[in-house]
Design a protein around this ligand. Structure first.
Ligand SMILES: *Cc1c(COP(=O)(O)O)cnc(C)c1O
Length: 386
């Protein structure tokens, strides 16, 4: 059969047609437990009724008018985000994806820094997106090569290494951009010492501390935002994935005086912040606040971590809240295990050659956790280390 999509992903082995809560259903009628959530996107589970109703009602009322005119829902969502981020007040720019949220942050850092002060320092092993600029911010040189020359003004330093960062902070640096937990890089949490040290260095050098919360934001790690584990206040926060629970929406928040660097005409978007996408975000934030989603993630994360640690075949578990990686016993191939899990009805993701990423819905039940761990246990028991 002719494949109509560009080959940017490996051939797909399962075709999903429906989802409800933590369950997915394929075109053969088989059911799966989803412990990936579409890459940490459907944090309230699939087809959450409050989000579905909000979007259905909004699409019948007003979807889009462009940002040349006022709307009411986007500003409301922005105020909620500002409150949840805490600290000094800030402002929000809405967009449609994580990469776009980071593009906004990169442009803002350049405008704030001024001519000659435009370099953004990020970490090896990071992931910040696939546009040309966010690809260069992404600290994975093997992903850069085919697309050289990339926009200039990016520098990478070893993760969790304050000396390396200090050496990289010359007067051309406008900002440091870090994830609180490196997601795509293998689920590597930062430490309080590291983030506190970064904050201090940034303050001393007059450099912005920008945090990429695209994967970690909105309750996933057991706090509203990942940086809140580390007792620091960043200057810029980007987010996307969970914000719309599947409706495409991203956001870049910045402290008021930083946000003030943008004047009309500096940055723009056709769709960003439109009523339809914003209606999903408003419903997501309402439900998350009602249910205290961060606390649910913390509790469920403890249960999942303990159950995974008890599995023979799991060497160690790392991560925060419900953004976890199970590092397998040496010799077990994570890709093969993930494929066997899919066969067995469990969706997990081989985040490295030797580790599985688990990111279930924040509303996952104890029974679903136990069922998923039993499925994984069965697969691991049938797997011979090579
Ligand atoms: C997924 C991700 C991105 C990119 O988001 P897109 O919506 O795919 O553009 C950026 N940063 C982090 C930390 C991510 O996990």
């Amino acid at each position: 059969m002719n494949q109509p999509l560009m080959s940017t992903y490996p051939p797909q082995v399962v075709t999903f047609v429906r989802g409800e809560g933590s369950r997915l259903y394929d075109d053969q009628g088989r059911s799966y437990l989803d412990f990936l959530s579409g890459l940490a996107v459907t944090s309230l589970g699939h087809s959450h009724p409050a989000v579905a109703d909000a979007v259905a009602e909004q699409v019948r009322t007003l979807s889009h008018v462009s940002n040349l005119y006022g709307t009411t829902i986007g500003p409301e969502v922005a105020s909620t985000l500002d409150r949840l981020i805490g600290g000094p007040p800030g402002k929000v720019f809405f967009c449609n994806s994580g990469a776009e949220a980071n593009e906004c942050a990169l442009k803002l850092a350049r405008k704030f820094g001024g001519r000659g002060r435009h370099v953004v320092v990020s970490a090896y092993g990071s992931f910040h997106g696939r546009t040309l600029a966010t690809l260069h911010a992404t600290g994975q040189p093997q992903k850069h090569e085919a697309f050289q020359p990339l926009p200039e003004g990016f520098r990478h330093v070893a993760w969790d290494d304050l000396d390396a960062l200090e050496s990289a902070l010359d007067p051309t640096v406008a900002a440091v951009l870090l994830e609180p937990v490196q997601g795509e890089g293998g689920v590597n949490p930062a430490t309080t010492e590291y983030f506190a040290g970064v904050r201090k260095l940034c303050d001393e050098r007059g450099v912005l501390f920008m945090v990429d919360e695209v994967q970690t934001g909105l309750g996933r790690t057991g706090e509203w935002f990942g940086f809140q584990h580390f007792g620091v206040q960043p200057d810029v926060v980007t987010m996307a994935k969970a914000l719309g629970n599947g409706m495409p929406i991203g956001a870049c928040w910045a402290r008021d005086d930083v946000a003030a660097a943008f004047e009309p005409g500096d940055h723009a978007t056709t769709y960003g912040g439109q009523p339809l996408a914003s209606s999903a975000a408003r419903a997501v934030l309402q439900v998350m606040q009602q249910l205290d989603a961060p606390a649910r993630a913390r509790r469920a994360g403890q249960r999942l971590t303990a159950a995974l640690e008890a599995l023979p075949g799991v060497h160690e578990v790392r991560g925060l809240g419900l953004l976890l990686a199970a590092e397998l016993v040496p010799g077990i191939d994570a890709k093969a295990v993930a494929a066997a899990c899919l066969d067995a009805g469990l969706v997990v993701n081989p985040i490295t050659a030797s580790a599985l990423r688990l990111a279930p819905s924040l509303l996952v039940s104890d029974e679903e956790i136990d069922e998923a761990v039993a499925l994984l246990g069965g697969v691991l028991a049938a797997t011979d280390p090579t």
